[in-house]
Design a protein around this ligand. Structure first.
Ligand code: IMP
Length: 428
């Protein structure tokens, strides 16, 4: 009856989509618990290449439930678009369910996301502009609209009118933006409700029933631990809890059901948007790295910042989540580098900083202390067993494992499902 979590160990974009798709054949359900369509999960398998934003990455496996839990914020337009695209490509969405408790990203949330970012000026967070922060704000302020509300026109209308009245004042008087038309928003909301109705469900019951019937489920993390609202480099974070705690609240899941927590780490670092990244590489070296690795966002197309593996941050993520194992992705990108570096500590004004600082201003001053290791010429790309890896690549993996403090259970050596080394079984 256990649940296994797959969680981003860095700043998102670690390759969780591929890992979920790889593991989903061993489970009965894949469940999203946090974030929204700010996520972009790429899945490549025998059915083709899929860019998913809200639909759980297990969708390519027939008979696997795809569940969007209460902790997710849902942009119905985006979700319906994704469902339509999947259907066009012959994928079955009969087993897709959305929590009636999940909050809806309304058009005014998207408008406010852009206006708030503009008002932040130089201190902009670099959000994805999908309305994520404003939707979670309304959830906490107890003025959100939930998926279940879209199915109840009579009670929805007065609530929406009251909320929009407040939002329009904010949009026009504070941010000098354009007011939204209440009738248009209401019409959209009702249309969404009608189209989403077949998918809406009390998903916490579905999750519990799956577990009670002895099934395995996968908890699909979005974003990464270093973007966590509480545990990331605040305020340069997302507005949800991508780390393991978010899985319990975002699904109504009993923590004792979680038997494994797998942290997904890229073999180097990337970050999109603002905020400190101590191991960042700049200039031509960064441009070349980014181009060669195609490090551009799935959701926004923005260039990702690139840098060396940060084992201080990596160990911190391991501790926050209680990781039982790790997955190392994109090892093949480092093929041919003359040497590779791992950040093993930080220094601020000549002093050693051993732990990942909570104060973002200190984090911004951290200079990385590197260990340099020889690179490898023979490719790791497409390797499917450990003995196909060059010795230096194995030494690199072993050192990361030691520094992060949990066993590497899977190594990903390319985007396809089969370009994977299963070092040890993750799901029995
Ligand atoms: P928001 O989640 O759109 O509010 O953006 C907040 C921060 O999280 C920004 O720096 C985004 O670039 C970052 N972010 C949000 N989602 C993802 C993701 O899926 N991958 C990487 N970065 C993300």
């Amino acid at each position: 009856m256990p649940a296994f979590a797959v969680i981003g160990g860095q700043w998102g974009d670690e390759g969780k989509g591929k890992v979920i798709d790889y593991l989903a054949g061993r489970v009965s359900g894949v469940v999203r618990y946090a974030g929204g369509n700010n996520a972009g999960h790429t899945v490549v398998n025998d059915k083709g290449e899929f860019q998913l934003h809200l639909v759980p990455s297990g969708i390519c496996w027939p008979d696997v439930y795809g569940i969007i839990g209460n902790g997710v914020v849902v942009d119905p337009e985006s979700l319906l678009g994704e469902i339509g695209e999947l259907a066009e490509r012959g994928m079955d969405t009969d087993k897709l369910f959305i929590s009636d408790r999940a909050h809806v990203i309304m058009p005014y949330h998207v408008a406010l996301d852009a206006l708030e970012e503009r008002a932040r000026g130089e201190a902009a967070i670099g959000t994805t502009g999908r309305g994520i922060g404003p939707t979670y704000m309304d959830k906490t302020a107890r003025m959100g609209i939930r998926i279940g509300d879209l199915l109840e026109p009579e009670s929805l209308r007065p609530r929406l009118e009251q909320t929009l009245n407040i939002k329009n004042k904010l949009i026009t008087a504070v941010y000098e933006g354009e007011a939204l038309d209440a009738e248009e928003v209401m019409e959209k909301a009702l249309e969404w409700g009608n189209r989403l109705r077949p998918y809406v469900h009390p998903t916490e019951q579905l999750v519990q029933d799956l577990l009670d019937a002895g099934n395995n489920i996968l908890l699909e993390g979005a974003q990464g631990t270093l973007l966590d609202l509480d545990h990331g480099s605040y305020p340069y974070v997302t507005s949800s809890s991508p780390s393991i705690g978010g899985a319990c609240t975002g699904l109504g899941l009993n923590p004792q059901a979680i038997k494994g927590v797998l942290g997904v780490y890229k073999a180097y670092s990337t970050r999109v948007g603002g905020g400190p990244m101590p191991t960042e590489v700049f200039g031509e070296a960064a441009d070349a790295w980014r181009e060669m690795a195609n490090e551009f966002g799935v959701t926004t197309g923005r260039a990702r910042r690139v840098g060396w593996f940060d084992a201080v941050a990596g160990r911190y993520s391991q501790q926050v989540n209680g990781l039982t194992g790790m997955v190392l992705t994109r090892l093949d990108i480092l093929d041919g580098f003359p040497s590779v570096k791992i950040c093993v500590g930080y220094r601020v004004e000549g002093q050693d900083v051993k732990r990942y600082p909570s104060d973002t201003r200190i984090l911004e001053q951290c200079e990385p202390v590197y260990e340099e290791m020889p690179g490898w010429d023979n490719p790791t790309a497409s390797a499917t067993s450990l003995d196909q890896l060059p010795d230096n690549a194995r030494a690199y993996v072993n050192r990361i494992e030691e520094l992060v403090g949990c066993p590497v259970q899977i190594i990903s050596t390319g985007p396809s499902r089969d370009e994977t080394i299963l070092v040890e079984p993750v799901i029995p």
